[in-house]
Design a protein around this ligand. Structure first.
Ligand code: MG
Length: 384
């Protein structure tokens, strides 16, 4: 085993989880996969276990029987994921869990002193303050995997918030950026899942169509880099080649560019500050020719606007925004809510959200649960 660093991949059968394993495939001399966890896809997880022979495999919630044979210990349930995040053989936890469920493992891993390569933006959206506290207390290190935040992290090169004047997050505009807004109520999940530039999981792809994803990323940037919401802007960039900008107090902007592949931010999160040779797709700027930037058209992305408002309203609204969005996206993907119902559910949930102080993780999770229940009750009314 030598000096290889142990890695836990939480959410290993999802899009970022699978990309993480492709990166690790090329770095077998540096890293060892010690834990794999999946939500419910037991057959995909069993295949990965066969290939990687980790110490531990965790399946979160499924009633199917666990495969028992082989050297890997199989565990079922959320307790198992927390155990995975704090496993003594693990130095880096890649958190690619989808949704607010990722928060507790993020805190547990940071508290245990691990490096967390964070692909689960909801950890910061729901529990930003508690995540930062856990890192301070336990000595863990938080490194972004989200491409925009990885770009900014790379541009900052260790400089703190006092060097930043503004952060500029780029957004592709999603699959409906050129679609007539009056036809959006008829948009199908299949259409929403056809992203113009990025290959991602279903939830994130729908969030890119509403731009809820970008609102969540603004919140994520606020906590990760310690800058106020007024200093974070979003610009539409169709080519998805500039992954974001950091503008410094002296007026200079740095950007990070690459072909759109999740493997690069994952690679950097695993190895930073080191860079190693890697066969990423080459970016041919002469062939790209031009890069375009546009302001967000006002009124076009109501879910995004609700998210920014919620972020400024404080902890409870921010948590409720995320919960309502998760519930409505799931309903849309099931065919139980029209695309235009997503901002309607979110707005209705936020309207009923009292500005409660959120001073501990329990309360954050309670606000999350209550907002979900509220969204659940609203869904039948908004079904068309
Ligand atoms: Mg992103």
């Amino acid at each position: 085993m030598g000096g290889r660093v142990g890695v836990a991949v939480l959410g290993s059968t999802g899009s970022v989880g699978r990309s993480t394993l492709s990166v690790l495939e090329r770095l077998r001399d540096r890293f060892q996969v010690v834990v794999l966890t999946a939500h419910q896809n037991v057959s995909a997880l069993a295949e990965q276990v066969e290939r990687w022979a980790p110490d531990l495999a965790v399946l979160c919630d499924s009633d199917v029987p666990l495969p028992g044979a082989g050297p890997t210990r199989w565990v079922r349930g959320w307790e198992g994921v927390l155990g995975a995040a704090t496993h003594p053989g693990v130095g880096i936890v890649v958190n690619a869990v989808v949704g607010a469920a990722g928060l507790e493992p993020t805190c547990a891993a940071l508290q245990a002193g691990k490096r967390v390569a964070l692909a689960n933006k909801e950890s910061l959206v729901v529990g930003g303050r508690f995540v930062l506290e856990a890192a301070r207390r336990g000595g863990g290190e938080l490194v972004p995997v989200d491409s925009e935040h990885s770009a900014i992290f790379q541009c900052l090169g260790g400089r703190g918030a006092d060097a930043i004047r503004r952060l500029l997050l780029t957004a592709s505009g999603g699959p409906f950026r050129d679609r007539d807004p009056s036809t959006l109520s008829a948009a199908t999940p299949q259409e929403a899942l056809r992203h113009p530039t990025w290959e991602m999981g279903a939830k994130v792809t729908v969030d890119s169509a509403t731009l809820a994803n970008k609102a969540l990323e603004v919140m994520e940037a606020h906590f990760l880099f310690g800058v106020p919401y007024d200093a974070i802007e979003v610009v539409i960039h169709r080519e998805s080649i500039v992954h974001s900008f950091a503008e410094f107090v002296d007026g200079s902007l740095l950007a990070q560019l690459s072909a759109p592949t999740m493997e690069l931010p994952i690679l950097y999160a695993l190895l930073h500050p080191e860079r190693v040779a890697y066969p990423a797709p080459r970016l041919d700027l002469a062939q790209v020719g031009a890069l375009h930037f546009e302001a967000l058209p006002p009124g076009r992305y109501p879910t995004f606007e609700l998210g920014i408002e919620a972020a400024r309203d404080g902890d409870a609204s921010r948590i409720a925004f995320n919960a309502a969005n998760e519930m409505s996206v799931a309903a849309f993907l099931r065919g139980d809510l029209p695309f235009t119902g997503i901002p309607q559910v979110v707005e209705a949930v936020l309207r009923r959200q009292a500005p409660a102080p959120v001073t501990d993780l329990r309360t954050a999770l309670d606000v999350d649960r209550e907002a979900r229940a509220r969204a659940q009750r609203l869904l039948p009314e908004l079904r068309e």
